[in-house]
Ligand binder design. Structure first.
Ligand code: GCW
Length: 647
């Protein structure tokens, strides 16, 4: 077995000879041809034809494949077809003649990378784009890493990347930085990966010496027009920009009494001549809101239809903030005249960082398959964002990257699966997490011949572990609709009790659990904050009633008695104890699973995962004991005897 994880899912396994016929040439096609030659696992000495065709049923990145041909309307389409063909060969999937198009036009990673090389909530080492010493010189090593990164992305269909943090340093828009951006874009381009940047709203002031950033001021409009012209002269095919404005202290148009639409449209007009798009984020909440979960909807719904056609609203999967489980954001499907794109978080800020083994695909699948009912039954988040329900010129999806300079790229070997899964779901938002896990395991760990012993001894148990891992994390961190129970700002360990005197209340866990002697949970019903009304019927009524609300979201929508009767017949308190205990037992189970597969994995990866599972267990126990003992101080009921009790 190959050592280490730096090759990701692109392991060079022994291939057989193939001849490739391709009439055209380009850097992208050269890559396509080379990949086929290096990775061919089809019939030995077969001949494969790559051709550009006219076919209205094939979208720009789409393709038509068969066992011996790939047809597309663009060179990028050919490249994606090549990776599809190779993946099917290497994972033993069948290849029939079919046309395949991506779900979203823009499939984008968001790097929260700062210009000084640090990464906000990055757990896989320093930035691959920016240096710790602030130097902007481009080295051969830089180029090599960017190339491997681009290849990995292309192989799973990711076609864009935002290379600086949404908490943006305006300097990225200045000359010397733009030269580095140009170099990065140059390496990514042949792999079909477009470069994007994050904008700091106050840039005209900070780097432009303009006295205002009012989006309606001529000086501001002109500054942005000139800036965009400058940027696009350096990088003519830059994809566009993401903007975090009036969010967590970032400047924005509201500083001047203007709306998100005023702000987004100003930038949209400035990039329009160059074909760029503006991804305007809806992650907004204020210190004194009674219910943070409602604000994005309240701010953005009145603006529906007021945005330019090259603006898309970027919405986190849930209404609060990337918690282990949230209901879907009510903005999905509700904005009918403005395209909306889901934002996932691949980096595990709130799901155990680089220590816990948590396969996030099941969480994203849950979101994509959630029915919003906004255009009748079957209006899933997938369909209301990908253009199936509403006509939209642009469609996109973003994932906050978990990538850094660590040897295995992501900190945890299994975190690579989350990068992989994001790409696969962005390409096809109907895919099942189980299939994605199956592919990833085969590509990442498979021996030369995948034998029955390997299938039953390794593939099956490891896949099961991955499939169970997110629910396990929910169980030992925040079951039954609990959310934001983290201590301090690192968002790692339990802190239901954490509430320093001078801290904004919405940054402390008690704001979210509202525990007291008689009960627990956040009342978002019509009698409470009425957040339920932001959902379309029948969901609003379903969520509003504690007896019909899904139990896994109970404490999200309801404040209920500790003795509330659960479907299992247990009280809420008992059920909570069993959930936390189950989470801990699941992690013990993962340890056993992993220990048994030792003979199938190289020792580097085996030991690293084994070590991390041990820490995960310790931490899961801490979560269970800490939160349960804290809640006991309100109601003084015992912990059931048949679960593992705090000692
Ligand atoms: O989850 C929170 C993070 C912030 C982040 C913010 C956002 C980039 O704690 O670090 O800032 O979300 O998404 O803007």
């Amino acid at each position: 077995n190959a050592q280490g994880g730096h090759e990701l899912w692109l392991r060079n396994k022994t291939s057989v000879p193939v001849s490739v016929v391709c009439a055209e040439t380009s850097p992208t096609l050269s890559i396509a041809v080379q990949e086929l030659k290096d990775g061919w696992h089809g019939k030995a000495n077969a001949s494969v034809t790559l051709s550009i065709v006219n076919d209205d049923a094939i979208k720009p990145d789409g393709f038509r494949i068969s066992a011996a041909s790939i047809r597309a309307t663009t060179h990028n389409g050919i490249l994606y077809g090549v990776y599809e063909l190779l993946r099917r060969q290497q994972t033993g999937q069948s290849i029939t003649d079919e046309r395949i198009n991506p779900s979203y036009k823009a499939r984008i990673l968001n790097h929260w990378d700062n210009l000084n090389g640090t990464i906000e909530h990055g757990f896989g080492g320093p930035s691959i784009f920016w240096h710790r010493d602030n130097s902007l010189a481009v080295s051969d090593k830089d180029r090599l890493i960017w190339k491997e990164y681009a290849r990995a992305n292309a192989s799973i269909g990711i076609n864009g990347t935002v290379i600086n943090n949404v908490n943006a340093n305006p300097l990225v828009l200045t000359k010397d930085y733009l030269e580095r951006v140009k170099a990065i874009a140059g390496v990514l381009r042949p792999y079909g990966v477009k470069t994007y940047l994050s904008i700091n709203w106050a840039a005209p002031k900070t780097i432009g010496k303009i006295s205002t950033t009012d989006p309606l001021a001529d000086s501001v409009i002109n500054w942005w027009k000139a800036k965009m012209k400058e940027i696009y002269t350096v990088i003519p095919d830059l994809g566009g920009f993401v903007v975090k404005a009036n969010s967590e202290g970032q400047p924005g148009p509201q500083d001047y009494g203007r709306s998100h639409a005023d702000g987004a449209n100003l930038l949209a007009d400035a990039v329009k001549p160059f074909g760029g798009i503006i991804m305007w984020r809806a992650f907004v909440y204020q210190p004194n809101e009674k219910d943070r979960a409602k604000q994005a909807y309240n701010e953005f719904m009145p603006l529906d239809g007021k945005f330019r056609d090259n603006v898309i609203i970027q919405v986190k999967n849930g209404p609060v903030d990337f918690q282990p489980r949230e209901p879907f954001s009510p903005l999905f499907g509700a904005m009918k005249q403005t395209p909306v794109m889901p934002e996932f978080q691949i980096t595990q800020e709130y799901l155990g960082q680089s220590i816990h083994l948590v396969y996030l695909s099941t969480m994203w699948e849950e979101l994509l398959q959630s029915d919003t009912y906004q255009a009748g039954k079957g209006s899933t988040v997938a369909r209301v964002t990908d253009g199936s329900v509403y006509p939209q010129k642009i469609s996109a999806i973003a994932g906050v990257a978990n990538i850094g300079l660590d040897t295995n790229w992501c900190g945890h070997d299994f975190a690579q699966a989350n990068w992989y899964a994001f790409g696969r779901l962005a390409w096809n938002n109907r895919l099942k997490s189980e299939q994605i896990a199956d592919e990833w395991i085969r590509l990442t760990f498979s021996p030369e011949t995948n034998t029955t012993a390997w299938n039953t001894g390794f593939l099956a148990p490891v896949k099961q572990m991955m499939m169970d891992s997110r629910e396990a994390c929910v169980n030992y961190m925040m079951p039954l609709g609990l959310h934001h129970q983290f201590s301090a700002n690192d968002h790692y360990g339990p802190g239901a009790w954490w509430a320093p005197a001078r801290m904004r209340s919405d940054w402390t866990p008690p704001y979210y659990h509202k525990a007291e002697p008689n009960g627990v949970g956040f009342d978002r019903t019509t009698k409470g904050t009425n957040a339920v009304s932001q959902y379309h019927e029948p969901l609003a009524s379903l969520f509003n009633n504690p007896n019909t609300c899904p139990e896994n979201l109970l404490l999200w929508f309801h404040h209920v008695s500790w003795d509330f009767k659960m479907k299992s017949g247990r009280t809420l308190w008992q059920e909570m104890c069993y959930k936390y205990d189950k989470g801990v037992q699941q992690v013990r189970g993962f340890q056993k699973t992993w220990d048994k597969v030792e003979s199938y994995v190289d020792s580097t990866r085996f030991r690293s995962v084994q070590r991390k599972l041990r820490s995960q267990l310790t931490n899961a126990i801490l979560w269970k004991d800490g939160i349960l003992q804290y809640f006991q101080t309100f109601h003084h009921q015992p912990i059931p005897f048949d679960i593992e009790r705090p000692v």
